[in-house]
Design a protein around this ligand. Structure first.
Ligand SMILES: [Zn+2]
Length: 92
């Protein structure tokens, strides 16, 4: 795994559990359910998004974290989010 998190996996598990408790198993980008049993490398697997990115002085505190599908949280998501937004605007 080339990617690793700045905190250990026990902490990550605990944070994930808190986020699920707080927000439910819902993707913050597309609003659809996340299946926590999917493999980590699955596009729709659960991932943790930083609201303020680490590179912009974000931190790994609960207030700055939310759940997303791995794919929605990827670099492609902006395009997808913008498309969805455009579609929603048209639809109404
Ligand atoms: Zn999603």
């Amino acid at each position: 795994m080339p990617n690793h998190y700045p905190y250990n996996s026990a902490r990550k598990k605990r944070i994930t559990a808190r986020l699920i408790e707080r927000d439910g198993l819902v993707c913050c980008f597309c609003g659809e359910l996340i299946d926590p049993l999917l493999k980590r490398n699955d596009d729709m697997a659960l991932s943790v998004d930083h609201i303020i990115p680490m590179r912009e002085d974000g931190n790994s505190r609960l207030e700055n974290l939310r759940l997303a599908h791995r794919w929605c949280n990827s670099k492609d998501r902006r395009t997808r989010a913008e498309k969805l937004e455009a579609r929603n605007r048209k639809g109404k």
